[in-house]
Design a protein around this ligand. Structure first.
Ligand SMILES: Nc1ncnc2c1ncn2[C@@H]1O[C@H](COP(=O)(O)OP(=O)(O)OP(=O)(O)O)[C@@H](O)[C@H]1O
Length: 238
């Protein structure tokens, strides 16, 4: 479903002509199968977000290729990538990326508007998902009137709106209290079991990692090893 073949990535930082090259990911080979929940763990700065950004097409690898659903996305133009993303990928980000001038309902509704879905279907689907993430009563609130955890749930609802076959998540429970974290992890498991949704989750949280079928560890930009659910995460992460 997602395949990375010998992917390398480096950033060039500093002024033009005086750039410093910072290698971040080294020869990453990875195959995420359809219906898998994969957690990516590793220290701060090890390259987790960069790896997720590559899978999402927000950045392109310096070398290597990335296939999503059989499509070599490294070769897509910006516009084609945007369309591909809309129909294949859902995102849960650390920052919620909500539009401040739109209500929770309108923010969550956006992907449906972009897809040209009619108003009555939109209303039904948005309320269904806002219910599922436990935030329906705040539908009319603006992001500035919501707590961090509530904003995160709106962003989760938005990411699931088009029922994407793959969800990429960067610290999806980062702003949630333990009750809401449990609720979101249960939703992830349900979507995975009932719809076969594939998840790639970046996390520092043992609870989130234990939801995964497979845990991958990044160390200094190298994918060290994968270990199956049940492996002692606390022991493995130094
Ligand atoms: N746009 C960028 N330009 C230059 N360097 C970057 C850029 N984005 C990330 N880096 C560098 O790449 C390295 C990996 O960053 P990345 O955000 O992928 O790490 P991470 O494992 O997700 O960290 P964290 O757990 O703190 O979010 C870091 O050294 C970071 O400074």
């Amino acid at each position: 479903m997602i395949q990375l073949n010998r992917v390398n990535h480096q950033f060039a930082i500093g002024k033009k002509g005086k750039e410093r090259i910072v290698p971040v990911l080294h020869d990453i080979d990875l195959h995420v199968k359809q219906g898998e929940i994969v957690a990516i763990v590793g220290r701060s700065g090890s390259g987790k977000s960069t790896l997720l950004n590559l899978m999402s097409g927000y950045i392109r690898p310096t070398s290597g290729e990335i296939l999503v659903n059989g499509q070599n996305v490294t070769k897509l133009s910006e516009g084609d990538w945007a369309n591909f993303r809309l129909s294949h990928l859902g995102f849960m980000f650390q920052s919620f990326q909500l539009i401040p001038s739109m209500t929770a309902f309108e923010n969550a509704e956006l992907p449906l508007v972009l897809q040209g879905v009619g108003i009555s279907k939109r209303k039904q689907r948005v309320m269904e998902l806002l219910e599922q993430v436990g935030i329906a009563e705040y539908a009319g609130h603006y992001p500035g009137e919501l707590s961090g955890g509530q904003q995160q749930r709106v962003s989760v609802a938005r990411s699931l709106m088009l029922d994407p076959p793959i969800v990429l998540a960067d610290e999806p429970t980062g702003s949630l209290d333990s009750d809401n974290e449990r609720q979101l992890l249960a939703l992830i498991r349900t979507l995975n079991e009932e719809r076969g949704t594939t998840f790639v989750l970046i996390t520092h949280d043992d609870q989130v990692a234990s939801t995964a079928h497979r845990i991958l560890k990044l160390k200094d930009g190298h994918l060290l090893h994968a270990y199956a659910k049940g492996g002692s995460l606390a022991h493995e992460i130094q």
